[in-house]
Structures are given as structure tokens and as C-alpha cells.
Design a protein around this ligand. Structure first.
Ligand SMILES: Cc1cc2nc3c(=O)[nH]c(=O)nc-3n(C[C@H](O)[C@H](O)[C@H](O)COP(=O)(O)O)c2cc1C
Length: 198
């Protein structure tokens, strides 16, 4: 085992699917990439997601009290990295209108909250922000409650991901750092572990 620089320690854990956080407020919409999200409760479904203070997403999410998490696939790796590498506040992006227009992303309207969802994603969740000002301020972490969820049945059926027969282009992507992603691979079913007698 080699010592890992503490600056890279989070990368040892950071293998959840990268998501696209979409938001809209007062007619202005935005999208950014987020590698740091995780479920924190089954019922009601709640999720934590880190949204840095520097982002325009943070401003829109705070103002609207809502956000959506879209789960991109391998075919969308370039767009995921692109929307995570430039701010919607950027002059060049604003000149095009917003990041959706700038990068030619088609949108679907969220079924419950009307949030802009990125077409072609494998799944999306619309959510309402739960008031946790301390977590937001201290850790940039937003706790949200999911109010709608839809998924592509080619890859998510019977309540879970079914990736064994999924085409490579339709696999979720996991950010390893610096624009390098891994895709979810074949599943493995755990068997029973034999127990020794000491
Ligand atoms: C793959 C990837 C993952 C990222 N993960 C996060 C994250 O979890 N939280 C965060 O605040 N920023 C994250 N970022 C950075 C934001 O996406 C980036 O700051 C973005 O430009 C913010 O856009 P906005 O200002 O339009 O909201 C990530 C970027 C990339 C490329």
C-alpha cells in the first residue's frame, strides 16, 4: 500500500455516478456537473449534494428551493465535463443565452416541478431543498427531498440498475478526477461467505 496524498483522499471514495444538477429561477436556467452526491434516506427519498458557493447553480437553487439531478451516460461524458468546467455566469455562455444553448443541450420539462432536465440522460430526479442552512454554509452540502424520479428502462428496471446487457454508451459515468471517468461495469451477485471455526 502506498500513502495517498490527503488532497486525493476523497477520490478513493468518489465513485458514485456523476450527476448534472439543473436549476431554474425567474426564467433563468442552468446546469452543472456534480460528482459529490449521495442518498441519505430511503423513505422519503433524500439526497445530499455538494454545491460550492462559487457556482451560479448555488444562487439559483437557493432562490428557487428546488433542483434536479440528471444522471448522464457515457455518451454524455464530454457534455458533463463541459458544463462542469464553465459557469453559467461566464460572458461567453451568457452571450449564447445559457449553457443549454451554448452546448446545444435539449431539455425536457420535469413532471412535478417543471425543472429543465437534460435530454438523453439515463434518469432524473426532481427535488425540493430541505432547510439546512448550517450544512449549506459550513459544508456546501444541500439536503433535498426527491419528489419525482424517472429512468430509462433499458438500464433501470425492477427497481435497480440492470447494466449487464447495456450498451457501453448507456452506462453511468463516475468521475475519477481531471476529466477522467470510469463507467459502471458488469454486476456481481454476492454469494454466501463460508465461516471458519477458530
Ligand atoms: C466531473 C465534475 C464533477 C464536479 N463535481 C462538483 C461537485 O460535486 N460540487 C460542486 O460544487 N462542483 C462540482 N464541479 C464543478 C462545477 O460543475 C463547476 O464549478 C461549474 O462550472 C459550476 O457551474 P455554474 O457556476 O454554472 O453553476 C464538478 C465539475 C466536474 C467537471
Amino acid at each position: 500500500m502506498q500513502t495517498v496524498d490527503l488532497a486525493h483522499a476523497s477520490r478513493l471514495l468518489n465513485h458514485g455516478p456523476t450527476v448534472l444538477v439543473t436549476s431554474v429561477h425567474a426564467g433563468r436556467r442552468n446546469v452543472m456537473a456534480a460528482a459529490w452526491s449521495m442518498p441519505v434516506e430511503f423513505t422519503p427519498p433524500r439526497v445530499a449534494v455538494v454545491i460550492d458557493k462559487s457556482t451560479w447553480t448555488r444562487e439559483l437553487v437557493t432562490a428557487s428551493g428546488t433542483l434536479a439531478l440528471c444522471i448522464p451516460c457515457r455518451a454524455q461524458a464530454d457534455l458533463t465535463y463541459a458544463v462542469g468546467s464553465v459557469s453559467g455566469r461566464d460572458d461567453a455562455v451568457r452571450a449564447a443565452g445559457d449553457k443549454f444553448a451554448c452546448f446545444g443541450l435539449a431539455c425536457v420539462e420535469g413532471p412535478v416541478l417543471g425543472l429543465p432536465l437534460v435530454a438523453g440522460c439515463l434518469a432524473w430526479l426532481e427535488a425540493r431543498v430541505l432547510a439546512e442552512p448550517h450544512a449549506e454554509q459550513a459544508y456546501d452540502t444541500f439536503f433535498v427531498e426527491v419528489v419525482s424520479a424517472q429512468a430509462d428502462e433499458r438500464v433501470f428496471r425492477s427497481g435497480r440498475w440492470q447494466l449487464d446487457d447495456a450498451p457501453e454508451a448507456l452506462r453511468p459515468i463516475h468521475h475519477l478526477g481531471g476529466g477522467v471517468f470510469a463507467t459502471s461495469g458488469a454486476t456481481v451477485r454476492a454469494g454466501e461467505l463460508g465461516r471458519g471455526t477458530a
